[in-house]
Write a protein that binds this ligand. Structure first.
Ligand code: GLN
Length: 322
């Protein structure tokens, strides 16, 4: 449904995205592409894409918004949603929902907190989520892929085998986290099996345009809007969508979550592939990607672009157009 007002907001948004695209250019070189997963280090750094999807079906994008990139920790969001749908509140017996204030791959809190990770978005918490799902699904990798293919309407969506293998061969720290949690009785399956699933999950590739579409249900009370004449799907209960957004706001950017909330003020999930997705409940979603990361593992250009988008009046404009 693209009304005259809708097309007006699209034009405004197009100009805003073009302006941001120009403004980010001088920032190339300020960050560093992730290299602890060797295959990720080979991604050309000078890329930037941004896509916005509104709940009325309008979409708008700029730059490399249709280039697939490695989702990495952004997949923790989808795995967490899948676990909520599968086991519900039982999830909270094995993982907390407090910000950690520590690096995404930190293990320091695990000892004093008896193997219960602070939240589902740090690596330890995501590994527990993948462990829970590994128990429920015989082929978790394909189950997750199936859900993502449905959300993006892209039957060809897949993981990058080279990146999955590269992470798996270097997953010493994540393996240590899994074994450490197992020593506390908070890990059910063999860590090797869960790590196989986790590394494939993290290596899933999507473009900004696809990521904005795939997260639409979080901006829309759990309802994924229908496209191309197809009916919408209640992907998650409205209450649960609200809770996922709360977790993203408080924990979605690890030890930079407070800074992101202050600068951008929207629920986000970041990944070391350089992607960030932000949710504006009731309005729409924004996905941004640029591979150079800051010291906390978040995209330098991506964070700047999101901050500029909210500063330029994105939310206010959409509100008055609605
Ligand atoms: N696969 C990466 C890891 O486990 C994801 C980390 C991230 O994106 N922050 O280290």
């Amino acid at each position: 449904m693209l009304s005259a007002q809708g097309s007006m907001s699209t034009r405004t948004l197009e100009a805003t995205l073009a302006q941001i695209h120009a403004e980010v250019q001088p920032l190339f070189g300020r960050g560093k592409v992730a290299d602890y997963i060797p295959a990720l280090a080979q991604v050309p750094s000078q890329q930037f894409g941004m896509a916005v999807a509104l709940v009325d079906g309008t979409t708008c994008s700029v730059g490399d918004a249709h280039v697939p990139f490695s989702l990495q920790s952004i997949t923790k969001l989808f795995a967490f949603v899948m676990a909520l749908k599968t086991v519900g509140d039982a999830l909270w017996l094995r993982v907390g929902r407090e910000p950690s204030g520590a690096a995404f791959n930190s293990m320091v809190q695990l000892e004093t907190e008896h193997g219960i990770p602070r939240n589902p978005f740090i690596n330890a918490g995501a590994l527990v989520v993948t462990d829970i799902l590994t128990t429920r699904y015989a082929h978790l990798d394909y189950a997750l892929l199936g859900a993502l293919r449905r959300l993006t309407d892209d039957p060809d969506l897949t993981w990058n085998m080279r990146i999955a293998k590269s992470e798996r061969e270097n997953a010493h720290r994540n393996m240590a986290l899994a074994y450490f949690m197992k020593s506390y009785g908070n890990f059910v399956n063999p860590p090797e099996l869960v790590l196989d699933n986790y590394c494939r999950q993290c290596a899933t590739e999507m473009s900004c345009a696809q990521l904005a579409q795939a997260t639409m249900f979080l901006a829309n009370d759990g309802l994924d809007i229908g496209r191309n004449g197809a009916p919408g799907e209640q992907f998650l209960a409205a209450d649960e969508a609200r809770r996922v957004n709360a977790l993203m706001l408080t924990c979605g950017a690890y030890d930079a979550a407070g800074d992101f909330a202050y600068r951008i003020g929207l629920p986000v999930k970041t990944g070391v592939g350089g992607g960030i997705v932000a949710i504006a409940p009731g309005r729409g979603t924004v996905a941004v990607w640029s591979p150079e990361l800051d010291a906390k593992g978040n995209s330098v250009l991506g964070a700047f672009a999101l901050e500029r988008l909210v500063q330029l009046g994105w939310s206010a404009r959409l509100k008055s157009d609605a």
